[in-house]
Write a protein that binds this ligand. Structure first.
Ligand SMILES: NC(=O)c1ccc[n+]([C@@H]2O[C@H](COP(=O)([O-])OP(=O)(O)OC[C@H]3O[C@@H](n4cnc5c(N)ncnc54)[C@H](OP(=O)(O)O)[C@@H]3O)[C@@H](O)[C@H]2O)c1
Length: 290
C-alpha cells in the first residue's frame, strides 16, 4: 500500500524571465534505472515533490510520465523538465527528439526544455537554441533553457537570437561554488539550477558540514541543501529512498526557520576548491567525438 498523496510541501518558487514560476526544490532522476523510475517518481510525488528533472540521456522519461499519469495530479501542479541529448543538436534531429520526449512522457507540453550540453566543437549550438525557440512558439515548451553553458556560449545564443535562456543548469556544490557564472546569470536574468547539489553524497562527511549540522540539529544533507536554497539556486537532489526524500525536504524548514546564519553559510562556501564531482563540458564533448 502506498501513502495517500499529501498536500505538496511548500517549496518556494523562483520567477523565470520568460514568465511562470519554478519550484526551487525538486527531484532529480539521473541514474534512476528505467525499470525503477515509475515507482520511485511516484514516491517522490507522494512525498510532496512537484518539480521533476529528467533527460533523454537518462533513458527514463517513460517512467517519469507514467508516474505522473498514475499520480492523478493536475498537469499544472507538477513542473517537468527534460533535456535534448548530445547527438540530437542538428535542427531536424532536435525537432524529432523533442517530439519523442513528449511522447515518452505522455505530455502535450513540458514546463522546461534544455540543451543538455553545449558541444561547441561539434555542433552549431546557436542553431540548436534557435530550434528550441520554435517549441515555445508552438506551446509545447513553456520555457527553454540550457545546461552546462559557459559565459561566452550564453552570450552567443542571446546575441544571435535575443532569447535569454530561462535557466542554466550547472554543477554547483560546496566544492564548486561557481561564483563568476552565478553572477553572470544574475546579471542576465538567468536562474541558476545546481546539479549534483550534494556532490553525489561526497560533501556529507566534510567535518565543516558535519559539525555545523550537529550544532543546528539537522542532517548534513539538509544543511547542504539549505545552503543552496539560501543562495537562491534551484536544487533537485536524487535519492532512491522515501526516507531520504523526506529528510532532504527538511531543508525547506531549515531555510524557513532562518537557522543557517551567515557564518555557517560562509564556512560551507569556504569548502570551494573549484573541483568537479561530475563531468566537465569539455570531457563530455570528447566522449561524443570518439
Ligand atoms: N544537467 C546535467 O548535466 C546534470 C548532471 C548531473 C545531474 N543532473 C541532475 O541533477 C540531479 C541531482 O544530481 P545527482 O543525482 O548527480 O547527485 P546528488 O543529488 O548530489 O546526489 C545523489 C546521491 O546522494 C545520495 N543522497 C541523497 N540524499 C541523501 C541523504 N539525505 N543522505 C545521504 N545521501 C543522500 C543518493 O543516494 P540514494 O540514491 O542511495 O538515496 C545519491 O547517491 C540529477 O538526478 C539530475 O536530475 C543534471
Amino acid at each position: 500500500m502506498t501513502d495517500p498523496v499529501p498536500a505538496p510541501f511548500p517549496s518556494p518558487t523562483v520567477r523565470l524571465s520568460s514568465g511562470g514560476a519554478l519550484p526551487q526544490f525538486g527531484f532529480g532522476t539521473y541514474k534512476v534505472p528505467a525499470d525503477e523510475t515509475e515507482a520511485l517518481v511516484r514516491t517522490a510525488l507522494e512525498v510532496g515533490h512537484r518539480h521533476l528533472d529528467t533527460a533523454t540521456m537518462y533513458g527514463n522519461e517513460r517512467g517519469v510520465g507514467r508516474a505522473l499519469a498514475a499520480s492523478g495530479l493536475p498537469r499544472d501542479d507538477v513542473f517537468v523538465t527534460t533535456k535534448l541529448d548530445n547527438p540530437d543538436h542538428e535542427p531536424a534531429a532536435a525537432r524529432a527528439a523533442f517530439a519523442r520526449s513528449l511522447d515518452l512522457l505522455g505530455l502535450e507540453w513540458v514546463d522546461l526544455y534544455l540543451i543538455h550540453w553545449p558541444m561547441p566543437r561539434t555542433t552549431d549550438f546557436i542553431a540548436t537554441w534557435r530550434t528550441l525557440t520554435e517549441f515555445v512558439q508552438d506551446g509545447r515548451a513553456r520555457a527553454i533553457g540550457v545546461s552546462n553553458f559557459q559565459p561566452d556560449q550564453l552570450r552567443a545564443i542571446i546575441d544571435a537570437t535575443g532569447v535569454v535562456p530561462a535557466v542554466n543548469q550547472i554543477e554547483v556544490t560546496p566544492y564548486l561554488t561557481q561564483e563568476p557564472l552565478r553572477a553572470l546569470h544574475a546579471e542576465l536574468g538567468i536562474v541558476t539550477e545546481a546539479w549534483s547539489p550534494l556532490a553525489r553524497g561526497r560533501v556529507l562527511t566534510e567535518p565543516v558540514v558535519v559539525d555545523a549540522a550537529r550544532r543546528l540539529g539537522c542532517t548534513p544533507a539538509q544543511l547542504v541543501l539549505a545552503w543552496h536554497l539560501q543562495r537562491g539556486d534551484v536544487v533537485f537532489p536524487k535519492s532512491s529512498t522515501r526516507e531520504r526524500m523526506r529528510e532532504n525536504a527538511g531543508a525547506l524548514d531549515l531555510v524557513r526557520s532562518g537557522q543557517v546564519d551567515e557564518a555557517t553559510m560562509a564556512a560551507i562556501s569556504g569548502l570551494n576548491r573549484d573541483r568537479r564531482v561530475g563531468s566537465s563540458p569539455d570531457a563530455v564533448e570528447l566522449d561524443v567525438q570518439r
